[in-house]
Design a binder for this molecule. Sequence first.
Ligand SMILES: *Cc1c(COP(=O)(O)O)cnc(C)c1O
Length: 374
Amino acid sequence: MNNDFIPVANPKAQNEALKEKLDEAVKRVFSSGWYILGEEVRLFEKEFADLLGAPFCIGVASGTDALILALKAVGTKPGDEVITVSHSAVATVAAVELAGAIPVFIDIDPSTRCMDPSLLSDLVTEKTKAILPVHIYGQPAPMQEILSIAQDHGLKVVEDCAQAHGAEINGKKVGTFGDAGAFSFYPTKNLGGIGDGGAVITNSAEIAGCIRELREYGWKERFVSSIQGMNSRLDELQAAILRIKLPYLLENNKRRREIGTRYCQAIDRLGIVPPRQIEDTLHAMHLFVVECGNRDEFRHYMEEMGIGTALHYPFPIHLQPAFEGRIRGGTDLSYTESLYERIVSLPMFPELTDMQVGRICNALRKWYGKRRTG
Ligand SMILES: *Cc1c(COP(=O)(O)O)cnc(C)c1O
């Protein structure tokens, strides 16, 4: 790797660009003497809720915890089933099991790469409690269809928004459609801390209140546990850092989409399939994932051109050792299984310079030349 190597993600670039403001925020927390659930968390919760257009936000320790607490707060009990996808980060399915529920897998739609709502009704049983769609790569899942099926069967909906901060359907932000939306602030996400963090967004005062208790030992008031809880709190330091970054989120997403558009123009030929544009949705472009038949050769070529690529993810969850062969729906995921061997992620972060994007586009065009003559 040389100095000009372009990585797939680069959280340090953003932290360097905002260094002075971040230093100030860190110092402010340091000298406040209050490090857990204080003013910074309270203000961040309000600012993030306002940006998304939701009345309630509860800061927690990670995106995984946000999913666990959201599932518990909508009433998921041990033995309940939760329908979700295998084409996601393992955290999605781990969270279902950590909430005590049983994941059930549904296949994805080739156009969105999110859950295929036409398959939902067939998977619903009397044990089904909730549907857990993932807005994968920043592409909103078809929430109208999902909500209508949930309503028909009396199911809860928890959105996994870990890759989709600021994504929209018809002008409405994801996370505000279902009963709750779970976000991660892992450093490489569209809104990332300098450490772990997460949040739940909800329109329900009851769900919000329940998560506030669950995240801190089930306390209704200090030292008095009214329900079984845990410890999952967003700390003041992360909240202060996220408050600095939040005002840039939407313009950063716009920059990500611009980069995506340039990639699409460069690969507008046979051979590599770009993500599809879905009408009425605004992509958060967390990852730019293309489909490519001779993927290993392509990745090797890009590496030689000084350009990083990655796999999100190398295996679907139902084929991972911890889950293989034991989850209902895991034998009927033909599109999930046909997709994962073709996907490859190109560099995607807002601090990519126009020159770097140009270099990546040139490399993509040359790859076609190579393929046509080779
Ligand atoms: C990152 C991610 C999570 C988990 O978030 P953490 O903060 O790492 O716990 C969950 N779901 C998806 C789709 C993710 O990308």
